[in-house]
Write a protein that binds this ligand. Sequence first.
Ligand code: G3P
Ligand code: MG
Length: 226
Amino acid sequence: MVYVIGHRGATGHAPENTLKSFNKAVELGADMVELDVHLCATGEPVIIHDDTVDRTTDGSGRVRDLSLDDLRQLDAGNGEKVPTLVEVIDEVSGRVAINVELKGLGCVNQVHEVISDAVGDGLVSQDGVLVSSFHLGMLEWMRALSDDVRLGLLVGDAPGKVLAFAQRVGAYSVNPYHKRMSLEFVSSAHGLGLKVYPWTVNEPGDIARAKAMGVDGIISDYPERM
Ligand code: G3P
Ligand code: MG
């Protein structure tokens, strides 16, 4: 069985990175929800993909220039709000694992603190959290803060040296762009004990191809298609 990871929740069905989207992903059978983190001006890790609010809300401006109160005023789609990482963990606790993608540079300490508190409070288990990023430096930073945290190295176009980097940081998974993923890559990753979670796989033919390569999980806007 492939591990089902809802991309920004269930983006095919609800506004991305909102509580509604995460709840929808759970309803549709996701094992894990993926979410994107930036820091806002008042220092809270908030869940939004871009470094501005322009595309996904009715506001404008950079996330890092807006306070949490400012963000609360915005509509992130269908009346949904931009949630904090704490709110998402509270919402999905006990129902699904989380894949926290570090987007905003400099959010590592705060994300680590939120996750540590959540694990300490029993809201999530340590192995129910994957921290992922395209930025090796942020993963190295996170690893310096925690020996235990599971790390996922995201890869775009050039998977060449990825496996060596993943090993260096003690990664749990490599998360490649599905169209650049080969059977050889998946096999090599498995040979090193790494899970493979490609993104963002939505079309039936692409889902079948990924499964045929033996991936461990699939990140998708449509959890129900897995
Ligand atoms: O984590 C997989 C995927 O979310 C990476 O790309 O741009 O959707 O955050 P993006
Ligand atoms: Mg993401």
